[in-house]
Design a protein around this ligand. Structure first.
Ligand SMILES: [Zn+2]
Length: 206
């Protein structure tokens, strides 16, 4: 089985292209008291076995709002446990917030990992799009949705897929692979291996 290899939240954080996963950001340091995120033997996940993850796209342009909503719906159409629920940004139970950065030194996309060093950090988790990055604007709407589905995979608790054999060419694609190779896969993902990974994460007891 492939999925345990990417259930290692204490390992690599730096993306090769298109995504940087940040763990333990010092921004907004909080305790676990109000957090919906929890640690299990398989790493950091949203609490419980059927995660209802409330997200907002209110900060984004309509074009990016559409891609982010498509990404959430792609996950919701799978039989991965729980679902992503779009809400207004003022909702108290907001868990994931799509937003922008204009920092030219920042990567194209960042997901702030919700757990780090046994302390829970930013909540809501922020998925940050670097709108100064030309690479980002060269993406089609389908590719944008796939990238955002990758980021939502992080919000679920998935790490990157490091198995170089996991590709559409070998019949085992993964939305959690970094880079652009996944764009040539048939279908938009999330793929079977991604769904299996989420099922594994939420099957265990805390
Ligand atoms: Zn990533």
């Amino acid at each position: 089985m492939k999925f345990p290899r990417r259930l290692k939240p204490t390992t690599l954080r730096l993306g090769l292209a298109g995504c940087l996963l940040i763990g333990g950001s010092a921004i907004g340091l909080t305790t676990s008291a109000a957090s919906a995120w929890e640690r299990t033997e398989l790493g950091c996940r949203f609490e419980g076995h059927e995660p209802m993850i409330h997200y907002t796209v209110d900060d984004l342009t309509p074009y990016h709002q559409r891609a982010a909503t498509t990404a959430a719906n792609l996950w919701n159409e799978t039989d991965a446990p729980g679902s992503f629920i779009k809400v207004d940004s003022t909702v108290q139970t907001l868990d994931v917030k799509f937003t922008y950065t204009d920092d030219p030194d920042a990567p194209a996309m960042i997901t702030q990992y919700p757990c780090g060093n046994d302390v829970f950090y930013d909540w809501p988790v922020r998925i940050v799009i670097n709108r100064t990055t030309p690479w980002f604007y060269e993406r089609t709407e389908r590719e944008l949705a796939m990238l955002m589905a990758h980021e939502l995979g992080h919000a679920y608790g998935l790490d990157h897929t490091y198995d170089t054999g996991a590709s559409c060419a070998t019949g085992t694609p993964s939305i959690m692979q970094q880079g652009t190779a996944k764009f040539s896969c048939q279908g938009d993902g999330p793929f079977a291996d991604d769904v299996a990974g989420v099922k594994a994460i939420y099957a265990v007891d805390n």
